[in-house]
Design a protein around this ligand. Sequence first.
Ligand code: NGQ
Ligand code: ZN
Length: 452
Amino acid sequence: MPEFHAATALLPTGWAAQVRIAADAAGTITAVTPDQPAGALPRLSGVVLPGVPNLHSHAFQRAMAGATERRGAGGQDSFWTWRETMYRFLDRLGPEEAEAIAAQLQVELLEWGFTSLAEFHYLHHQPDGTPYAEPAEMVLRNLAAARRTGMGLTLLPVLYRHGGIFGQPPAPGQRRFLNELDGWQRILAACRAATAGDPHSATGMAPHSLRAVTPEMLRAVAAEPGPLHIHIAEQPREVAECLAATGARPVQWLLANLPVDARWCLVHATHMTAEEATALARSGAIAGLCPSTEASLGDGFFPLAEYLAAGGGFGVGTDSHVGISARDELRLLETGQRLLRQARAIAASEALPNPGRFLLEAALAGGAAAMGRPVGAIAPGLRCDLIELDPDHPTLIGLDGDALLDGWVFSGQHNPIRTVIAGGRRVVEAGRHLAREQVFGEYRRAMRRLLE
Ligand code: NGQ
Ligand code: ZN
């Protein structure tokens, strides 16, 4: 049975020393006991934190990160022109490439502190739009990758039927994404069958956005059990289109028309009025914030202060994977708000005055809720997901406790994560994933095929 001894660990009760962490054969924590001698246990001599859940990913976009930056003719570049580039990238990407990309992504995410991933998967069909013989082929490649890398996975098969708010026809670039409700339900059933009984994975649902489904479809999806994720209010244009079509803004419409509660993750929710932010916070839903992608795509700023004042929960995701580090998402979330408000320590409270600690705690709690899997803390019954920071790293030297978390989140460019345990298994040692070379070899071959 996996067992570890942490010199220092962040537990639900706060910082603890000399902590024995025991897990069962499935990788679930069975006991956490502070003030114990290490004896012959494998030691984690640094600062041990719960692994961070990553609540929003489109794995295939890892392979185009950095390759979409060029200014186009006319200089009218935006989220919407980026999306056209993204559609063109999909012409040749098949199941083998998808799995190689997902594995590479997961290795990188694990090395940078994410031990769970919610994969919001909509690239279902062959390049001409024909389903694969196994309609869930593409989404299940994420699971195959996760079983090699150790990443905990929540599969979110996406229902995508339309190309604009409430029933607009889809564009040719969207043909690989499209399903009727029954086709999507078959993919959902295949995901559930593949994750059933697995302590490391689970299945939820994702209607892509108010632009991709009808209200009837949304209600049918929401009738299914499990976590529910949806993109919402990321760009001003979609707010304007929703207002024109329904008389309500996207978040306002969703809250008024569906039973939004703690099961829901509203991804981005960037463009909200203060009233919407307060209402969303009170619903118990999680806001799925993806700071590096939102910056990259020019989305805007999430109304964090208003949302936090109303007690809103959030987690972070890396979405298009221009960033792959847990601490960078937390850092940008806070520093973006500083630029916006000309103030400091916005994500903090009287009880948790250090933003590093506040942000980490929020991302653990919100991320765990969005995963729909027992993760997010070092406690019995949860998946044994641990990250160990090297306290002798130049970034962290001289710091401890919550100040060390501030150091980790807000300073330095190198990676002080030394060890990562995922599901009770040691997957990163000395900062390197144990399968890094092999996975990268496959990724490089896949990229050559894609780009030749
Ligand atoms: C996506 N990504 O589905 O990959 C979206 C863009 C859309 C982000 N929103 C496409 N970051 O929303 O239509
Ligand atoms: Zn997304």
